[in-house]
Unconditional design. Structure first.
Length: 178
């Protein structure tokens, strides 16, 4: 049982590090409006290498999300991306994550509901997004080895997840050595 922690094993180092959503979530969130066309949304998502965008609509309570899957579904139906609006394709019934959830909690919520992105809410505001890719990046053995190598435990694991500091440099070095 993972019990809110992820076990990393590398080069004989074994440890358990608690990693929270706050440590793995994206740094920037792309926000778009409901009146953007799907092509406009796709261009913005592509330019920023984002698989999802948060949809903010001042005239509609709550927020939505537009994902790569929404774009693909529309194209597969033969819809015109220059005529279709984000409002018609966004997902509105979202599962929100707290920054204090563990990555295991977030991954379980994603698997249960069948999606790959979670909107992270802190207070009344959108804090960031968390994707399956973010979770996988944090759960790679290299990230755990980097954390153990710098001897800073959960803080180093968090930095490795975010691609920061000595943990990231150690992680990059570990990847180059393989």
């Amino acid at each position: 049982m993972l019990d809110g922690r992820h076990k990393f094993t590398s080069a004989g180092i074994r440890g358990v590090i608690l990693v929270k959503v706050r440590d793995g979530m994206s740094h920037l969130v792309l926000t778009i409006g409901p009146t953007h066309t799907l092509r406009q949304a796709a261009r913005m998502m592509s330019a920023r290498r984002n698989g999802a965008a948060v949809v903010i609509d001042a005239e509609h309570a709550g927020i939505g999300i537009l994902t790569e899957r929404d774009l693909l579904d529309s194209m597969a139906k033969g819809e015109d991306p220059d005529a279709e609006l984000v409002a018609q394709h966004r997902t509105e019934n979202l599962v929100y994550a707290s920054p204090e959830w563990t990555l295991e909690d977030a991954a379980a919520a994603m698997v249960r509901a069948g999606f790959r992105h979670l909107v992270v809410i802190e207070g009344p505001e959108v804090a960031r997004l968390l994707s399956m890719r973010d979770i996988v990046r944090c759960w790679t053995p290299a990230a755990g080895a980097a954390a153990a190598a710098v001897g800073a435990g959960a803080g180093a694991a968090a930095a490795a997840c975010r691609g920061e500091g000595a943990a990231s440099a150690s992680w990059s070095a570990a990847l180059r050595l393989r």
